[in-house]
Design a protein. Structure first.
Lengths: 157, 189
């Protein structure tokens, strides 16, 4: 189909004259350029309009682009979701480890404190027993004094 | 009027409207395609938008009251479609990593070989390429107005009706567009 009849022949002249502020040479150059531009667009359009339609190819290319676009979009979405999930899981795990560490520290501190208390109690008990022993030994009745001396001598021998 | 007669009249009217629309398509399709091709520099896209334009026109053919010419009405639909397309494209930039529009130099290759000499052909090609460069730098409205005026050779009043702008605004856009084209041509000549 040809729809470029009398292209750019007479109307372009009138159009350019309507534009103010240019010298005649410039106007002529512009007029010629616009005429050539129109001829070029019309020729291109004629050729493109008359060409066999590559609908399937275009559709395939567009659908490929669409598929690639969707794939990229999905990958991006999955990446974002997975990243967010991993980050959340990591934060959760870190919190759990920190809590376990604190609990361990606390347990150790309690155990250590218990051990110290136990040692203190043992020491107190030994002091008490020693005191009791010395008190008891001092409180031997005078009647038993010779016997006690004998026992002490036996022990020495 | 019997029911059968009313149905016959309705069927006849529908047939007449379909025939009328077919004529409109046959007459104006190339021009709409040309405008969209010049606007997008993409043959596939221009074909798709032309089809959409006539599909939309067919759906709304009943509402066309003939206040403007069918061409102006169709051009208005085409302008809105390409406007929507650019808007959507900006929104969905990640879907299209590269454009399939033709390079300016390639677009400038389309010149009939009727020029008298090789030098004149080369000069014409250079001029066309420069105009394309200037057109690329125009705003959407300036480009539309420029193409309607200098490719479709429409009157200012027709352009105003097709774009929904006032004639004064059309003149202003056209003046700025021509100034830019002139500067592009002047700067490289």
């Amino acid at each position: 189909m040809n729809f470029g009849e009398n292209i750019g022949e007479k109307r372009t002249d009138r159009n350019i004259q309507a534009e103010p502020g240019a010298s005649n040479t410039e106007d002529l150059a512009l007029e010629q350029a616009l005429k050539n531009f129109r001829i070029s667009v019309v020729a291109w359009s004629d050729a493109a309009y008359g060409r066999p339609r590559a609908v399937t190819q275009a559709v395939r290319r567009r659908s490929w682009r669409l598929a690639i676009g969707w794939a990229m979009g999905c990958a991006l979405a999955v990446g974002v979701v997975a990243g967010a999930g991993y980050e959340r899981h990591r934060a959760h795990e870190m919190a759990r480890i920190e809590a376990a560490r604190l609990a361990g520290q606390q347990r150790l501190a309690i155990e250590q404190e218990g051990r110290v208390r136990q040692q203190q109690a043992l020491a107190e008990e030994e002091d008490l027993l020693a005191k009791v022993d010395s008190d008891v030994s001092r409180e031997v009745p005078s009647a038993m004094e010779p016997l006690a001396q004998l026992m002490a001598e036996d022990e020495r021998q | 009027m019997t029911r059968a007669t009313a149905e016959e009249i309705a069927a006849h009217k529908l047939e007449a409207a379909t025939d009328e629309f077919s004529l409109v398509v046959e007459r104006h399709r190339p021009q709409i395609f040309r405008f969209l091709l010049a606007s997008t520099r993409d043959v596939d896209l221009a074909e798709t938008l032309t089809q959409e334009c006539f599909l939309k026109a067919h759906r709304n053919w009943g509402t066309f009251r003939g206040e403007s010419s069918a061409m102006t009405w169709l051009m208005r639909i085409a302008i809105n479609l390409q406007k929507d397309h650019w808007r959507n494209r900006r929104m969905q930039f990640w879907r299209h990593t590269q454009t399939s529009s033709v390079d300016m130099d390639d677009a400038g290759e389309w010149l009939p070989s009727g020029e008298s000499s090789v030098e004149r052909q080369l000069l014409a090609r250079e001029q066309v390429s420069q105009v394309w460069t200037a057109v690329k730098g125009l705003s959407e409205r300036q480009r539309t107005v420029f193409l309607l005026r200098y490719v479709e050779e429409q009157e200012l009043s027709e352009i105003a009706r097709a774009t929904g702008l006032s004639e004064g605004t059309v003149k202003a856009h056209l003046s700025r567009a021509v100034t830019k084209v002139r500067a592009e041509l002047g700067g490289k000549q």
